[in-house]
Design a protein around this ligand. Structure first.
Ligand SMILES: [Zn+2]
Length: 326
């Protein structure tokens, strides 16, 4: 036994040296380590042109003509030509319940879309609770400084117009100001320029003319509508993007389950929309949790923000479809 051990010792030592040596060499040349790559550049021949060290953590944002990062372009999502199932969800108004929504999202490493009004920071709409017969129900928007603390960090923030007006009777200039100023304000706060909006007040509050103004003069490439389809087909047009259902729909978890279980030979999207105050009013926080859990755990469902979805399908869906009925 002792002789064998003595013989093995130098062999093991050699193996150790080889492994250790290989390891050291490998780490010295590892191009994935930014720090190492930087050292290699600095210690190189000064007559050689310095090459930029790779920045592996930098995400591939697309920017607009002014160099502003565009919402939804930081993911590495692409399409491979085979049909896929997508899930997306949005909440309107930029109210305080959004924080609790994001806490649920964070449990599942999920990102959603939030449509906010930057002209109404801090507004307290007590009339919402009063109208619903629950005066204690809160509908309070975040202030600008509260949002600057990073409440929506990592989430998709998009426009709900500056002041949440009924746009159908607004002049062209008023519509443009309501949408574009809101988008610029969101960029000033988040450093990311939104590419979409949700119509304030829902489908009765805009018309074809409003859609054409948004299409021709605004930053918004999509606008979420409020009339639900109950289905999973892709939107017919970007500026009236109809969701599948509202979070207040008692069938939402059934719709989720059906979506997970079924296969489609075409691209589909399951889109849920709502308001944070509705989760309080109907006491359906568990429903939201279950929905996000179900969708994030489904193997063949791709969870996307509204803006990410826009970039994936932007060339296949028109801004306004020919047969739009308003
Ligand atoms: Zn709203």
């Amino acid at each position: 036994m002792r002789k064998t051990a003595l013989l093995l010792t130098p062999v093991l030592l050699l193996v150790f040296i080889c492994l250790f040596g290989a390891c050291t060499m490998n780490s010295g040349n590892d191009p994935e380590t930014t720090e190492d790559a930087g050292i290699a550049t600095r210690s190189g021949d000064p007559s050689e042109p310095a090459t930029e060290a790779p920045k592996p953590t930098e995400l591939p944002w697309q920017t607009d003509e002014q160099g502003r990062r565009l919402a939804g372009t930081d993911s590495k999502l692409t399409r491979d030509g085979t049909p896929k199932k997508y899930f997306t969800i949005s909440f309107d108004d930029g109210i305080t319940q959004d924080k609790k929504i994001i806490e649920i999202y964070n449990k599942y490493n999920f990102r959603g879309t939030f449509f906010i009004n930057t002209g109404l920071f801090g507004a307290n709409w007590t009339w919402v609770g009063e109208t619903l017969g629950m005066p204690s129900l809160s509908h309070k928007r975040w202030t600008r400084s509260e949002i600057l603390t990073g409440i929506y960090e990592g989430q998709d923030v998009a426009s709900h117009t500056l002041n949440h007006p009924s746009l159908k009777n607004y002049s062209k200039d008023q519509v443009i100001n309501e949408v574009n100023k809101d988008i610029e304000n969101i960029f000033d706060i988040t450093g990311i320029r939104p590419v979409g909006m949700a119509w304030p007040g829902g489908d009765p509050e805009y018309n074809l003319s409003t859609m054409e103004i948004v299409r021709d003069y605004s930053y918004a490439k999509f606008a979420r509508a409020t009339t639900a389809t109950g289905g999973y087909k892709l939107p017919k047009c970007w500026l009236k993007w109809q969701p599948t259902c509202s979070i207040t729909d008692g069938a939402v978890l059934k719709l989720a389950q059906r979506y997970v279980e079924k296969d489609y030979d075409y691209d589909t999207v399951f889109y849920v929309w709502g308001h944070g105050y509705e989760l309080d009013y109907y006491d359906i926080w568990d429903r939201l949790d279950e929905l996000i859990k179900t969708m994030t755990e489904a193997d063949d469902v791709i969870c996307v923000t509204n803006s990410e979805f826009y970039w994936l399908f932007k060339d296949e869906i028109p801004p306004i479809s020919d047969n739009i009925k308003k």
